[in-house]
Design a protein around this ligand. Structure first.
Ligand code: SF4
Length: 363
């Protein structure tokens, strides 16, 4: 396949692997932030090409995984209301709440629909003026522009029966939370290329400076990741802590200014709970005052709902790079993709699902 195969050649992968081995003189731990990168690493066995002294740990960059349990409960509550059409991306439907998921609500007769764009939900609202249409707006900075566009268009077009259940999260505060933890072992980051395509990477420069960690903006194909690791290791070995851009074919330092403007028009920065991690200050996006009428939590009176995470699931530790999936006692036994106990086993980007799918039980 043109434009993908050239980032997957074994010969080039071996060349990068040899270059990394030649660079490494000490033990280093590097976190790939994004769940998409985690899947590439496990699927293509990238970590098996690295020297034993180099450890990759998996970060919090899986939007489905970090959506807190209480938001799932709020979604289930709203989707169960008879006049509501609840619209969501597909992988949110199987994320377990306390006793059921959105798919169960659908099976019981709830009008839960999978959409491929938030603008589809606005169209459904226009086509069904007698019904309330709610879109489950989750994700990182990557999905924020499209979700912002949905609210923007609904406001412009006066689509009053449309609202959004918002659970947006931001990458830089999560990286700071990882680095500030007393259990932190991360010494360098591979930042998520698609997030930086929107936001640029100026936000990462003060983090690299403050915590003395190299941050390499990295893509998702095997050779992208190997090159990102090589750049990160080179900085670590040289005692540098800078932001570098491996993914220059997609990312500019300032990012996509038009998308950023739209995000600022619709959203404001708010504190946000992360599943398994807890609340992180200024780590999410909520609707601006001008868009408050589109807030589903207020419209359906579910803002007060809370839920405790199941103690058995250690996904919070996995998302902070402290544990690996195979260290969870439930992994592959009581927790499988067919019967998931936590979101990291459900999501296509979740670390537990990646290890299960590719049968990885160690390293
Ligand atoms: S294997 Fe299941 S229970 Fe264990 S951390 Fe992963 S999602 Fe949670």
């Amino acid at each position: 396949m043109k434009f993908v195969d050239e980032y997957r050649t074994e010969q080039e992968a071996r060349r990068y692997s040899d270059a990394i081995r030649a660079l490494v003189t000490k033990s280093w731990t590097i976190m790939e932030v994004c769940g998409g990168q985690t899947h590439s690493i496990v699927k293509f066995g990238i970590d098996e090409l690295l020297p034993p002294s180099l450890t990759l740990v998996h970060g919090p960059g899986c939007p489905v995984c970090v959506t807190p349990l209480e938001l799932i409960e709020k979604a289930i509550e709203i989707a169960s209301i008879p006049n509501v059409i609840f619209c969501s991306f597909g992988d949110m439907l199987r994320v377990p709440g306390i006793s059921r998921d959105l798919l169960t609500v659908k099976a019981a007769g709830g009008d839960v629909r999978i959409v491929y764009s938030p603008l589809d939900a606005v169209k459904i609202a226009r086509d069904n003026p007698q019904r309330e249409v709610v879109f489950f707006a989750v994700g990182f900075e990557t999905t924020a522009p499209a979700n912002a566009m949905a609210a923007f268009q609904a406001r412009q077009q006066g689509v009053a029966n449309f609202s959004m259940l918002v659970s947006h999260v931001l990458v830089p505060p999560a990286m700071e939370a990882v680095l500030s933890s007393p259990e932190n072992r991360v010494q360098g980051f591979l930042a998520a290329g698609h997030v930086c395509a929107i936001m640029g990477y100026t936000e990462y420069e003060p983090i690299a400076l403050k915590y003395r960690v190299p941050i390499v903006v990295t893509g998702f194909e095997p050779l992208d990741i190997l090159q990102g690791i090589a750049m990160c290791v080179r900085q670590l070995e040289q005692g540098r802590a800078e932001v570098e851009n491996q993914y220059a074919r997609s990312v500019r330092r300032e990012g996509n200014l038009t998308a950023q403007k739209l995000i600022r028009e619709v959203f404001r920065v708010v504190p946000r709970k992360w599943r398994g991690v807890g609340e992180i200050a200024q780590s999410g996006l909520g609707l601006q005052e001008a868009y408050a009428a589109f807030d589903a939590e207020t419209r359906f009176g579910v803002a007060h709902l809370t839920a405790d995470e199941p103690a058995e699931c250690i996904s919070g530790l996995i998302l902070q790079g402290i544990k690996k999936p195979f260290e969870c006692p439930a992994f592959g036994e009581r927790c499988t993709p067919e019967h998931p106990l936590g979101a990291t086993m459900v999501s296509s980007e979740g670390a537990c699902a990646a290890y299960y799918h590719y049968r990885r039980r160690q390293k």
